[in-house]
Design a protein around this ligand. Structure first.
Ligand SMILES: C[S@@+](CC[C@H](N)C(=O)[O-])C[C@H]1O[C@@H](n2cnc3c(N)ncnc32)[C@H](O)[C@@H]1O
Length: 211
């Protein structure tokens, strides 16, 4: 069987514990197995799992170091991106992963349980149904910011304990100027090419919208 190693993760995250390295290593086998049954990432992408999905998700960690005890919501997590890689990296932060498609949440629950992730809860829910409040709301590839914002408005904790105020950290690509203008939000753009040298990241950003 093809074996793909998470070397690219170790290249950019040099302080991982043995446990975290083992968890990242497990991801390839787990997603190869689950993706064959329930499509959560493009099947031709599986060999690029670590660069295009795991490292891309961890781009958020280059912009914000989550604190122990903070609550983070991942809206439209699909098979667990960006929530699962972030939950491995920040084991003392609480992650709530939701998706409107139940079978995708099944994959998230299976992967999280195989990894022994105790800081992650996954629920089959639409973002609009959520009543809890969070420090940060993360997302990737769900919808335009203008549509996304009303779903999560009012779901932030008032008090911030991080170096950056509570807010949205959204992974986006391409030309964002028009989308941000249309949303009328005050957004800050962090290019992932500033942190990662691979071509894939040339057009990728973390969009931060403080609350
Ligand atoms: C293109 S997929 C992206 C999945 C994952 N974030 C990733 O990057 O691999 C978009 C996901 O958003 C989910 N979704 C769309 N609208 C949603 C909503 N209102 N609440 C929760 N999930 C939603 C869909 O079910 C789908 O799984």
């Amino acid at each position: 069987m093809l074996e793909v190693k998470p070397d690219i993760i170790l290249k950019y995250f040099t302080n991982l514990t043995e446990k975290q390295i083992a968890q990242f290593e497990q991801l390839f086998e787990l997603y190869s197995f689950w993706n064959a049954q329930i499509n959560v990432i493009s099947r031709k992408d599986i060999e690029e799992l670590y660069e295009r999905h795991v490292l891309h998700s961890l781009g958020i960690a280059k912009v914000c170091t989550f604190k122990p005890g903070e609550d983070v919501l991942d809206v439209g997590t699909g098979g667990g991106f960006p929530g699962i890689p972030l939950a491995i990296l920040f084991p003392e932060t609480n992650f709530h992963l939701v998706d409107s498609i139940g079978k995708k949440i099944k994959v998230v629950k299976e992967v999280a349980s195989a990894l022994g992730l105790e800081n992650l809860q996954a629920d089959h829910l639409r973002a609009e149904q959520i009543k809890n409040k969070y420090n940060f709301i993360v997302s990737r590839a769900v919808t335009r910011l203008g549509e996304f914002y009303p779903w999560i408005q009012g779901k932030f904790k008032k008090e911030s304990i991080n170096a950056i105020p509570n807010g949205i950290l959204y992974l986006k690509g391409g030309d964002l100027a028009e989308e941000i203008k249309e949303s009328k939000l005050k957004a800050e753009l962090y290019p992932l090419s500033a942190y990662f040298e691979e071509d894939f990241f040339e057009t990728k950003y973390v969009v931060y919208v403080p609350q």
